[in-house]
Write a protein of this length. Structure first.
Length: 155
């Protein structure tokens, strides 16, 4: 999965999300996900916090991929947020996070969940892509980058 269009739509992208800490970020992401999935925000936030206890989902370079498996979902759900200001995430490299890709999956979506994590991780480990995401001026521009539209235009 080199493009993330299977996980995202333009309305699942936030280009200026404000959060003061990780807990607040999870609550905001949960509220945004609730509007699109119908699942209770409290359930989503609790699942994200529970997963985070295992270890930080901030994997370095200012990027985090919080993820959880949630009852009630029928397919993998993605949401991307660029934060208005970086926040401490206890990332492996100690750097604050400003790019966040949320992944929620049904409990039985083992392979699909791992495929989504691997695809998002591959895209967000690319330093050029991360720089472009930080410089993008709109949700549409972020979606074009994440959905691989730019690479189609370059071909």
């Amino acid at each position: 999965m080199n493009d993330l269009s299977e996980l995202l739509t333009v309305d699942r992208i936030d280009d200026d999300l404000a959060a003061s800490n990780k807990k607040g970020l999870f609550q905001q992401l949960a509220a945004l996900a609730q509007r699109r999935t119908g699942l209770p925000a409290k359930t989503i936030a609790a699942a994200l916090a529970e997963r985070e206890k295992i270890g930080s989902t901030g994997f370095g370079g200012g990027v985090a991929i919080p993820h959880a498996k949630i009852e009630g979902l029928t397919r993998v759900f993605g949401y991307f947020a660029r934060l208005s200001s970086p926040l401490d995430f206890q990332s492996v490299d100690g750097l604050p996070v400003d790019l966040v890709f949320l992944i929620l999956s049904p409990p039985d979506a083992g392979a699909e969940h791992l495929k989504a994590l691997a695809g998002v991780s591959r895209v967000l480990r690319d330093r050029n892509m991360v720089a472009k995401l930080r410089g993008a001026r709109s949700r549409d521009a972020l979606f074009a980058l994440l959905a691989g539209v730019e690479s189609l235009n370059a071909a």
